[in-house]
Design a protein around this ligand. Structure first.
Ligand code: NAD
Length: 369
């Protein structure tokens, strides 16, 4: 670890901070194994030009807490490869192969897909070193984006939250920012429960419809490579206005930091169910709590993907994955919200405390002679 980065280390980790380079293939990568007390660490491999060591550490820590929260027998880790993921396929597979071989002996790290990598990348990693999650079906994977693992978890979180915020999904109005994998599956399942999608966006723009969109029609447009703005129902609004659309449930499922101190006062919703990672700033989460809006924090509500990956790693079936996602996330939401009611603390602070205590307990079993 670089001297300047020792400041990152605390009582949980990281256990390992490894830089790997290979000038022959232009490989520059970092692996952070944060904590393995609960078991070998699962965490995504992110490929982007501007990745940094401290970003990798923060993401690894987030995985430690997310995996502990989800009750998985896995610690947290992350890896980053500094490269443009849109490079030609042959060059990318050479890079991925070199990366995989370089981390072969970091056996307590199990890579998964993240920004800039996908199930093909993970199949290449598995072929090279024998371990990876988020794999295609043909090599033992449960395709988590195809089955909508994270969307399923998000909807389970909302079901469990209903009694805590007088929410009835059966006739709720909801908004989805980012109609991609997570957003589409959440919308599909909420629609099946009777809820109405009244606002939706993707990278090209946003639309609202008080009567509710035809979710299957929107998904068909996206499957053809179109945008939600191509749908003729409702009306177009500026993307920035989506935050202020009145609804019962607002689902961020795109980018970080979209709910901020600047726009939070315009929100008119009972619940923010965080599909995206860190979609709200800390100040915005405090403001939401003080005006009575319930936040279901990212690492509790969007753990469906990693729970699915863990079931896959242990050779479980798709049906088991669906069951475990629902059962774990509901149980965690109830535990977090009961404590929020008892203490008045922020849901995120309560959830971090629960996850941290689980990691510390796992660490307490280690030999200390
Ligand atoms: P995705 O690429 O399938 O979908 C993202 C969607 O957001 C796309 O429709 C895109 O057009 C839209 N988008 C991009 N920029 C936008 C903007 N500025 N405003 C509105 N929409 C915008 O990605 P995904 O897999 O659905 O992931 C969405 C978020 O959820 C990410 O933050 C990701 O880190 C997080 N997440 C995903 C999973 C998973 O299993 N896929 C698990 C946990 C967390």
């Amino acid at each position: 670890m670089r001297m300047t980065e020792f400041a990152l280390a605390d009582d949980l980790g990281p256990e390992k901070y490894i830089e790997v380079t290979d000038p022959d293939i232009g490989l520059k990568a970092i692996v952070v194994v944060d904590n393995t007390a609960a078991g070998p660490a699962i965490g995504g491999t992110r490929m982007a030009i501007d990745v940094t060591g401290s970003e990798c550490f923060r993401l690894a820590r987030a995985m430690t807490l997310k995996n502990a929260m989800a009750g998985l027998a896995h610690g947290g880790a992350k890896s980053v490869i500094a490269a443009d993921p849109r490079m030609p396929a042959a060059q990318k597979s050479r890079l991925v192969n070199g990366f995989a071989r370089a981390i072969k002996d970091v056996r307590d790290y199990i890579p998964g897909p993240d920004m800039g990598t996908d199930e093909t990348t993970m199949a290449q990693v598995k072929a090279a070193i024998g371990r990876a999650v988020g794999l295609p079906r043909e090599v033992g994977g449960i395709p988590l984006d195809e089955i909508g693992a994270t969307g399923q978890g998000l909807v389970a979180a909302l079901q469990a939250a209903q009694p805590f915020c007088s929410l009835r999904l059966r006739d709720a109005a909801f908004v989805v920012q980012g109609f991609g994998s997570v957003g589409q599956h959440a919308a599909r399942l909420l629609g099946e429960l009777g809820a109405r999608l009244v606002g939706v966006s993707d990278s090209r723009g946003a639309r609202v419809s008080e009567a509710g969109f035809d979710i299957a029609a929107l998904r068909a447009i996206k499957a053809r490579g179109g945008s939600v703005i191509d749908h003729e129902d409702g009306e177009a609004i500026a993307a920035a206005e989506l935050v202020a659309v009145p609804c019962d449930v607002w689902i961020p499922a795109a980018r970080p930091d979209v709910i901020t101190a600047e726009n939070v006062a315009s929100m008119r919703t009972k619940v923010v169910a965080q599909g995206a990672n860190i979609p709200a700033t800390a100040a915005a989460e405090r403001a939401l709590a003080s005006n009575g809006t319930l936040v279901l924090p990212d690492f509790v509500a969007n753990a469906g993907g990693v729970i699915c990956a863990s079931v896959e790693f242990h050779n479980g079936s798709e049906q088991q994955a669906v069951r475990v996602i629902e059962e774990r996330i509901k149980r965690n939401v109830v535990e977090v919200l009961n404590r929020v009611e008892a203490t008045g603390d922020l849901p995120r602070d309560v959830a971090v405390a629960i996850a941290r205590a689980r990691v510390e307990r796992a660490m307490s079993f280690r030999f200390k002679g």
